[in-house]
Design a binder for this molecule. Structure first.
Ligand code: SF4
Ligand code: MG
Length: 328
């Protein structure tokens, strides 16, 4: 086990003494060495907040984060610095996270400088190796971020994140800002680096088809909580939570046979506010299968099908045949 998030809660005050946004509300997640865990859900479900909690860019309201066997939940900035060598983050907007006035060589070399790994000519050589590793031309060392395309800028972000050979990279929507044709290139790059360097990822996306591509395991989030988690093939082949079934039904598939047989399940209503989430199962106001019990009792995230020990679903009435939902 490389990383364990245990019952992580993150609430934000909207105003001083005002109501709290319950952005992440009791999430547990385990990542093993060399594994990619996909985290999916709609905008506002709390996945970016969870990512920042895991990477300790946010203080947690409660819960714990254990990384490489060490509780890092309350480490000070100074104590956290050595942990950062092995725990990096890649953001959605590669442009926003790159200082436009600095040359890419020095941006990529930052982690090497901060952690005193290399300086002078040695650093330059290592940065150029990194540029080559991520598919950038090392001769562009002295260029500025604006001189690169969107996909190349995300490669710069990736080079910076892998500079110290971390064991885990938390990727928050790393391809969402890119053209579809470029997305595949960045995903393949991350996959190659995983094989070459043995990196594990937490890979966040609102796009189930992107996550399917990269993930060993997938967790689906809704309103600050994980509603379903399973091995990737298992989740896509046998989704059990009505929310996952609905999300998947609206995701384009490459297989035309499958596409023909599917009817998108339309969810009614908007995602409720995380300031005042619904009682019981938070999905009940939008769920085609909701019954009285769902309004009252919050379902635990647990195995709901004999023999499927690693397939956990937070639903009192899990789906066994997606047709049930389409009928209703
Ligand atoms: Fe739907 Fe009830 Fe399951 Fe919630 S617990 S997802 S409301 S069936
Ligand atoms: Mg986000």
């Amino acid at each position: 086990v490389l990383l364990q998030a245990i019952d992580v809660v993150k609430h934000f005050a909207v105003r001083r003494r005002g109501p709290h946004v319950r952005a992440v509300d009791g999430v547990s997640l385990t990542v093993h060495s060399g594994e990619t865990v996909g985290l999916v859900g709609e905008t506002g479900c709390g996945k970016s907040t969870l990512a920042r909690c895991i990477a300790r860019l946010y203080e947690l309201s409660s819960g714990r984060v254990v990384f490489e066997g060490r509780d890092i939940t309350r480490l000070s900035r100074r104590r956290l610095a050595p942990v950062r060598r092995n725990l990096q983050m890649i953001f959605q907007d590669p442009y926003g996270s790159l200082n436009p006035r600095r040359r890419v060589g020095s941006i990529i070399g930052d982690p090497l400088a901060i952690h005193d790994v290399a300086d002078g000519r040695d650093r330059r050589r290592r940065v150029q190796e990194l540029m080559e590793l991520v598919g950038l031309n090392p001769e562009h060392y002295n260029r500025y971020p604006a001189e690169f395309s969107g996909g190349q800028r995300q490669r710069i972000g990736v080079a910076r994140a892998v500079a110290l050979r971390p064991r885990l990279i938390v990727c928050d929507e790393p391809v969402s800002a890119l053209d579809v044709s470029i997305q595949a290139q960045i995903i393949n790059l991350l996959d190659d680096l995983k094989d070459q360097l043995g990196i594990a990822y937490v890979f966040i996306s609102h796009d189930l088809s992107v996550v399917r591509h990269v993930s060993d395991r997938v967790a689906v989030m809704y309103l600050g909580q994980i509603v379903e988690t399973a091995a990737a093939e298992d989740l896509y082949a046998r989704p059990r939570h009505p929310y996952t079934v609905a999300l998947l039904s609206a995701t384009p598939v490459a297989d035309p046979d499958l596409a023909d047989r599917r009817t998108p399940i339309l969810l009614t209503g908007d995602v409720p506010s995380p300031v005042d989430p619904p009682s019981g199962c938070r999905f009940h106001p939008r769920c085609p299968k909701a019954r009285e019990r769902c309004r009252i009792e919050a379902p635990a995230l647990e195995s709901r099908t004999p023999g499927e020990d690693t397939h956990l679903t937070a639903c009192h009435f899990p789906v066994h045949d997606p047709a049930e939902l389409m009928a209703s």
